[in-house]
Design a protein around this ligand. Structure first.
Ligand code: F6P
Length: 336
């Protein structure tokens, strides 16, 4: 007998049926996001066969070198999501200002922010990268939206998700009702529900941090990592394992799969440069924090819950400590 498998489209439509007054706009928007991720996945997968590796010779708004794939992925996301009439505007890591929907298309009631290709320094070495997205409701003037309309707390997100381009391509999604993972079946071109109800164990013995920044760390982070490294001889009385992929999507996915803690904390080098963190609040920290919390984990800056932060600017950076609840609470507690 045929074994029916739930596609991401079916899953989203069934979720929509639970919501009174839903018009289907949100479902269609998510479908377009899914299509964009499929197109990006295909490009990432073909790599040098289609000449997309390497740098583009330009910098993004953050002053980082843009890869060819950064630019292509951003264009794919914009063109997939601009035409259907669901978005009032979009914002991307790769663009200084918000993206206005071209006048030839109708405008909708959602705001979409995204990091089209997170961890893109990994593309040339064929290591996992991903796309992160966050959907907000446009509460102000949806005809002429401004950057201010995007500056909503993470708790206001209608949905958040990421696509992981790894050994298999996956989409992990939350609409505020738990976290579900879908794997792309390349043969039929559909994402299939393979990881329903993902949860993060509250405890872990695995941490992820870029240790090359150690000499700049603040005392609480230094203490936490020192205690992990001391293993069975230290106050934690157990050995810890360490990982650093330099691809936040891959790190978060590992944490959703087997637990762990990921840290990109505030450090003295950032402070000296007048920076408040490395990762971007609107399209990296907030969507990941929502996913992590929805899976039972925690996400803070070390001092505050990420989802409670009132964004001040579109490309604001924040310190990020997320993952297994008890470990995140421990590091946050060390910050006093
Ligand atoms: O820009 C974000 C990002 O690429 C994350 O995906 C990753 O966790 C981090 O930066 C890597 O930073 P670093 O190069 O300092 O290890």
């Amino acid at each position: 007998m045929h074994n029916h498998r739930t596609t991401i489209t079916q899953f989203i439509i069934e979720e929509q049926r639970q919501i009174q007054g839903a018009t289907g706009d949100f479902t269609s928007l998510l479908n377009d996001v899914v299509t964009a991720c499929k197109v990006i996945s295909n490009l990432v997968n073909h790599g040098e066969l289609v000449g997309v590796l390497g740098t583009a010779g330009s910098e993004n708004v953050q002053g980082e070198d843009q890869k060819k794939l950064d630019i292509l992925s951003s264009e794919i996301f914009l063109s997939s999501n601009e035409w259907a009439g669901h978005c009032a505007a979009m914002a991307s890591e790769e663009m200084e200002d918000i993206y206005q929907i071209p006048s030839r298309y109708p405008k909708g009631k959602y705001l979409l922010t995204f990091d089209p290709l997170d961890g893109s320094s990994n593309t040339d070495v064929n290591v996992s990268v991903g796309t992160i997205f966050s959907i907000l409701r446009c509460k102000g003037d949806c005809v002429n939206p401004t950057a201010e309309d995007f500056l909503q707390r993470g708790t206001e997100q209608v949905a958040a998700g990421y696509a992981l381009y790894g050994p298999s391509t996956m989409i992990v999604l939350t609409t505020g009702n738990g976290v579900n993972g879908f794997t792309l079946d390349q043969n039929i071109g559909e994402f299939i529900l393979t990881h329903p109800g993902m949860t993060i164990p509250p405890d872990t013995r695995e941490f992820a941090i870029n240790a090359s920044n150690q000499r700049f760390w603040e005392e609480p982070v230094m203490r936490y990592v020192d205690e992990c490294l001391a293993g069975t001889d230290g106050p934690r009385k157990q050995d810890f394992n360490m990982r650093w992929i330099a691809s936040m999507v891959a790190e978060v996915h590992r944490i959703l799969t087997r637990g762990g803690i990921f840290m990109y904390p505030l450090d003295e080098k950032m402070k000296a440069a007048g920076r408040e963190g490395k990762l971007r609040l609107m399209y990296e920290a907030n969507p990941m924090a929502l996913i992590i919390e929805q899976a039972g984990g925690a996400a803070t800056t070390g001092r505050e819950r990420i989802l409670d932060l009132q964004p001040a600017t579109l490309h604001q950076r924040v310190p990020v400590i997320l993952g297994s609840r008890n470990e995140v609470e421990r590091v946050t507690g060390y910050h006093g």
